[in-house]
Design a protein around this ligand. Structure first.
Ligand code: AMP
Length: 415
């Protein structure tokens, strides 16, 4: 199988790593990729938001499968363009990706499907926003309606800050605050059959102890030893399957990766958000534990044959990933700094480094090229071992001004 992956972050590096280890994959390509992906795939400098260019590249390569990683190309209809060229593609249509692209659309689908989520109002004026904030009370949750790379959400007890965020967006969703721990549960679907993966937890805030601003995600781990037994089946029955069925009923069938961000509240499981693609950084730990070769699973989604797939096989152990971000992330990330210690971090074979925002210069040195720079990943018999291995590798890497959290998976590993 010849596979083309679209995107250039640590999620795509994780996808490419797994695909490169799948014996059925004979050729692996990625556009645009990054310095790390270039070590396992042939990279192509193609604009990932341009569906026609991506479809052309896929046709030229003779790709048997295209895997679209990030949300922006999905919302821009890149999967539609590839599908129209007759090439199997893993990822939803632009219309179905509105599940992530518009929070208001997602709320409407959830209402139609009877999926439990926070009560909410869609607001377009300061008056409406003020009314909604006061209806729910503090803490306030204000979400930009459009795509914001995980950074459009403000959760605050400061009413003025909540109002200011609402005013800075064209359209916002204001909703009730959900208490309780968060879980990310991914499912692969072909529009009818839904195959849940293993749950993971990510760390959205920039600083230890869940302080600081929301980010794209600073680390993740899987499995969740504290999660209630039966959680995956419950979410499949009450969230994932009803949502996929509702979208099919509406004529916007969803195939690809359905990501449910959940809060396990005192009043039951609630959906915080849906995403239309693999989550970053949870993908790094979920794929680290997946034993079933990946390409066949993604192809079954693309070709509508998931019901014929053998049950997925999983590593019994644990995986932890720690994100190294650049100085100033998320507000004003500094880029262009050399990264040292990448080989040393992987030297003992217990951890590996997935690249997020990196690029190679003319001398082959690896430079930072984005807010999140690396995703250092390790597996182990349990979370404590995976965590120790990941942090030992992080300690061998140097990036000027680089920052990482020191408490990824800490509570879960020591509970
Ligand atoms: P989202 O982009 O919708 O996933 O929101 C980003 C983060 O904001 C989530 O992971 C939560 O930590 C937080 N958040 C979003 N919605 C709520 C809510 N209704 N109640 C509490 N926290 C929330």
């Amino acid at each position: 199988m010849k596979v083309l992956v679209i995107g250039g972050g640590a999620r795509e590096h994780a996808l490419c790593r797994s695909l490169s280890q799948d014996p059925s994959v004979t050729e692996l390509h990625c556009a645009p990729g990054n310095a790390g992906i270039a070590q396992v795939a042939t990279v192509h400098p193609v604009d990932q938001l341009d569906g026609a260019l991506v479809a052309d590249l896929a046709a030229k390569l003779g790709a048997d499968l295209v895997v679209v990683g990030p949300e922006a190309p999905l919302v821009a209809g890149v999967a539609d363009a590839v599908r129209a060229a007759g090439i199997p593609v893993f990822g939803p249509s632009g219309a179905a990706a509105q599940l992530e692209g518009s929070k208001a659309f997602a709320k409407d689908v959830m209402a139609g499907a009877g999926v439990p989520t926070a009560r909410s109002y869609v607001c377009t004026t300061p008056e409406e926003a003020a009314e909604a904030l006061d209806a729910f009370g503090a803490p306030y949750v204000v979400k930009d309606d459009g795509l914001a790379a995980g950074k459009g959400v403000v959760v605050t007890s400061d009413r003025a800050a909540a109002l200011a965020h609402a005013a800075s967006c064209e359209r916002v969703v204001i909703e009730e605050y959900l208490d309780g721990p968060e879980v990310s549960l991914f499912a692969i679907t072909d529009g009818t059959t839904v195959l849940p993966l293993q749950p993971a937890q990510d760390f959205k805030r920039a600083l230890d102890g869940d302080e600081g601003p929301n980010t794209g995600g600073m680390g993740a781990y899987s499995p969740l030893p504290w999660a209630p037994a039966g959680l995956v089946q419950e979410v499949l029955d009450t969230v994932l399957q009803p949502t996929v069925d509702e979208l099919r009923r509406r004529g916007t069938g969803f195939s690809g990766l359905l990501y449910a961000g959940l809060a396990l509240t005192s009043r039951g499981t609630r959906v915080i958000e849906f995403n239309a693609r693999f989550g970053d950084p949870e993908t790094q730990v979920v794929l680290a534990r997946l034993r079933t070769p990946l390409a066949g699973v993604l192809l079954a989604s693309a070709t509508g044959t998931l019901d014929q797939l053998e049950p997925l096989r999983w590593d019994e152990g644990a995986a932890v990933t720690v994100v190294i971000a650049s100085e100033g992330y998320p507000a004003a990330p500094r880029t262009g700094d050399p990264i040292e210690g990448l080989a040393e971090a992987e030297a003992d074979g217990t951890a590996y480094v997935l690249h997020a925002g990196t690029k190679a210069d003319e001398d082959g040195r690896v430079l930072s090229a984005g807010g999140r720079v690396l995703s250092v990943t390790a597996t182990g018999a349990d979370l404590a071992e995976a965590r120790d291995r990941a942090y030992a590798a992080v300690a061998r890497i140097s990036l000027k001004g680089g920052q990482h959290r020191t408490d990824i998976a800490l509570k879960a590993a020591t509970a």
